[in-house]
Design a protein around this ligand. Structure first.
Ligand SMILES: [Zn+2]
Length: 300
């Protein structure tokens, strides 16, 4: 079965075609028409038609995009491509493509991709986390994405940082309206803000990680604060979900020391005498969004 995945982002729309073994058979990328809903639908339809004519067969279709579809209204909400909000994108694409189309958010696509043929392959319960510009997550149980009645399963980035220290309260304001959300500490901008606050020095997340690795004391301290916060945030998840594997993606996931240090730290907050949950790095990086979208598709 051919699986087509589409990553519909604010700047680009990407399509991938996967075979049953997860191998890529085709990949294309085009610019997203700016704030033009009809234009975006047309680009998706053309990418699908071109891929199918080139490969000589039709496929299932999954779409990953920021935001989520309200179960009650069927309309997309919370997308940073504002022209998509309030639109019945799933039903419009189904009408245009003449088959079922699955639509979910990018963190869910990441989790599904990594749980299927990636860092979490073979694990029964996978918590897939994106530590990037924002913090999001998705949950996959025995190969199936968990969505939930509110379509927010895994959205723990806007929970408060657990077991906060006095100097972590109330925390930075978050766009969601609260302060001290996990995202405000664990996103790329979050570690940059923390480093600036502690040292008075502006540095990128990438530089903080790189300089800590060559012995910069201030960056080392920032990394240690980050690791303790990540450990607490994930301990909270393990106490509730008890996943077999936690897979990290997003820019922060490229810092190698996290995979050794965080599991050493998280034991203090996990209510168990031993912890067998694995913390692993993504296998597909930036490609996980579009690959996960392909795994969403159902046969028609
Ligand atoms: Zn928030």
């Amino acid at each position: 079965m051919l699986r087509l995945g589409i990553d519909l982002g604010g700047t680009k729309i990407e399509i991938v075609a996967l075979g049953d073994d997860g191998r890529e058979r085709l990949r294309r990328r085009v610019a997203t028409p700016k704030e033009d809903y009809r234009g975006i639908l047309d680009v998706v339809a053309r990418l699908v038609a071109d891929a199918e004519s080139e490969l000589g067969e039709s496929g299932s279709i999954g779409v990953g995009t920021p935001g989520s579809i309200s179960r009650a209204s069927g309309l997309l909400r919370g997308s940073n491509s504002v022209c998509l909000n309030g639109k019945p994108i799933k039903t419009d694409l189904e009408a245009l493509l003449n088959r079922q189309v699955q639509v979910t958010n990018d963190a869910n696509c990441f989790a599904l991709s990594e749980a299927t043929v990636g860092g979490g392959a073979g694990a029964e319960v996978v918590f897939g986390v994106i530590l990037g510009t924002g913090v999001g997550a998705g949950i996959v149980v025995r190969g199936a994405l968990l969505t939930g009645p509110n379509a927010i399963a895994g959205e723990w980035g806007h929970n408060p940082l657990p077991w906060p220290r006095d100097d972590e309260r109330p925390g930075a304001p978050c766009f969601c309206g609260h302060s001290g959300c996990i995202e405000t500490f664990l996103s790329g901008p979050g570690i940059e803000r923390d480093h600036l606050r502690a040292t008075g020095e502006a540095a990128t997340a990438h530089d903080i990680g790189a300089r800590a690795a060559i012995g910069d004391a201030a960056c080392e301290q920032t990394m240690q604060r980050y690791e303790k916060r990540l450990a607490r945030a994930l301990a909270h998840v393990i106490n509730i979900l008890d996943p077999d594997a936690i897979v990290l993606g997003g820019g922060m996931s490229n810092i190698a020391r996290l995979y050794a240090n965080v599991p050493r730290l998280w034991k203090s907050w996990i209510f168990s005498d031993r912890v067998d949950t694995k913390l692993v790095r993504h296998a597909h990086g930036d490609s996980s969004g579009v690959r996960g979208a392909a795994w969403l598709g159902v046969a028609n």
